[in-house]
Write a protein that binds this ligand. Structure first.
Ligand code: HEM
Length: 431
């Protein structure tokens, strides 16, 4: 059933339907795509608002690169469902994209009242996060991480910083034992890469969270895992495990990549003078520009037509996979038509998505990324790239925009007088 709050009338163009069939769907995986995604989006736009892509061997989709078509799709709950099961029945069970796209009982794969029930638990849990405590905790851990490599004069800002900081936030929020944190980050990373080992990575992530949920059911504590278990929505064990896994995976990789991509932007854009503190622009501006140009979730928002239909002049089959290119729609040229619903509050890009499944964690994600970058720019002022930007590697996979490494060098800091920072005295939630 579709709840009224989630309803939206289709607002599609009345152009005559046409089939968009270039000779080959364009591959959105592998090194060519990772090296230059924007040239792929340009080619796809030449085919119209939706164009065929291949997201893994043998797995095709239609990718929406047109801004207005993306907004229409994201809001049209009458024509499109988020439930992938009809499509999934046509896909090999071992496909590497299923950890990202395969059905689970979560907010991401449900519509209407079912979605509202799951999303309420997520929204209510995120509402417990105290911004001032989160900011202080992120700053404290940032200083600790920087201290770990500052004396060497070099470091990898992805592996040693951007990936570790959100991991700390999520393990603290949910009360993950320190010895399990590597499994969390490996599980999420493997899932997003959408490569051969993705199913095993996702299975291990679920198993860590399952152990955590069982432990908290027996011994509740002051953390978000215990909060999910006690939420009035009364999620069962599997629903609780899946919602927590969703929040961790939807949150960790994109936040890591928002920090990494914004740092790269500051290190390479001439307005930032090639160093972290050399230019006049702020972390806020770097983050905003990355959200326009290279959003962490580049292509996602899987939707499926509920019935055969026509959308922005293209004939669609019931159950076929449509993805939204947030990166492609954001960078559409000429500029997209004005849309007050999306453009209010000054955020015209689609990088947090739109409609009922828009990201519920925009504020904490921005706070984490901003604090992370401010700490780095204030401490490693003269950090510069240690390799030419053209040699940087991007992780494979159709869904994300994610650096493998971000090697930098800087004037070594004297950390001999510093003592290791203590364990957190409080988690960033109010309960
Ligand atoms: C604290 C960090 C974050 C958390 C906890 C989080 C959590 C979530 C969750 C639970 C959803 C699913 C919502 C639903 O289906 O109703 C979601 C969706 C989404 N998030 Fe976030 N997120 C975080 C950071 C980010 C970042 C940094 C970005 C990128 C800028 C991002 C972009 C998105 C997008 C585009 C969607 C929609 C996905 C879709 O429609 O399929 N999120 N997020």
């Amino acid at each position: 059933m579709t709840s009224p709050a989630h309803s939206a009338r289709p607002a599609h163009s009345a152009r005559p339907a046409r089939s968009v069939q270039p000779p080959q769907p364009l591959a959105l995986y592998g090194p060519d795509f990772a090296a230059d995604p924007h040239s792929h989006y340009r080619q796809l736009r030449a085919h119209g608002p939706l164009a065929p892509v291949r997201i893994a061997p043998g797995i095709d989709a239609l990718l929406v690169t047109d801004y207005q078509a993306a907004v229409d799709l994201l809001r049209d709950t009458h024509t499109f469902t988020k439930d992938p099961r009809a499509w999934q029945a046509t896909v090999p069970a071992d496909s590497p994209v299923l950890p990202m796209l395969g059905h689970r009982p979560t907010a991401l794969f449900s519509d209407g009242d079912v979605h509202a029930r799951y999303r309420d638990t997520i929204n209510d849990s995120l509402a417990l996060i105290e911004p001032h405590i989160l900011r202080a905790e992120v700053a404290r851990v940032a200083r600790q991480l920087i201290r770990d490599f500052a004396a060497t004069g070099s470091g990898d800002l992805v592996a040693q910083y951007a990936r570790r900081l959100p991991l700390h936030v999520f393990t603290t929020w949910f009360g993950v034992p320190p010895e399990d944190s590597e499994r969390i980050v490996d599980g999420i990373g493997g899932m997003f890469n959408s490569a051969e080992d993705s199913a095993a990575a996702y299975a291990d992530l679920v198993s860590v969270v399952t152990e955590l949920v069982a432990e908290r059911r027996a011994r509740p504590r002051r953390d978000l895992t215990s909060y999910f278990l006690g939420h009035p929505a009364g999620l069962d064990n599997d629903e609780t495990v899946r919602q927590i896994t969703l929040v961790m995976s939807a949150g960790h990789d994109p936040t890591t990549n928002l920090i990494g991509n914004a740092l790269l932007h500051m290190l390479t854009d001439e307005r930032y003078a090639g160093s972290l503190h050399g230019g006049a622009m702020t972390a806020h501006e770097a983050i905003n520009e990355v959200l326009w140009q290279d959003p962490p979730l580049a292509n996602f928002a899987a939707h499926y037509p509920r019935h055969d239909t026509e959308f922005h002049g293209v004939r669609l089959r019931a159950g076929q996979l449509l993805l939204v290119s947030f990166a492609g729609a954001n960078t559409q040229s000429p500029p997209a038509p004005s849309d007050p619903g999306v453009r209010s509050g000054g955020s015209a890009h689609l990088s947090w998505s739109a409609g009922p499944h828009r990201c519920p964690a925009k504020q904490p994600a921005l706070l984490i990324a901003m604090t992370a970058i401010e700490q780095l720019t204030s401490q490693l002022c003269d950090a510069e790239l240690a390799v030419p930007a053209s040699e940087l590697m991007w992780r494979p996979g159709p869904f994300h925009r994610a650096l493998v490494h971000l090697p930098v060098r800087f004037t070594p800091l004297d950390v001999t007088g510093d003592t290791a920072l203590s364990a957190p005295s409080e988690v960033s939630i109010s309960r």
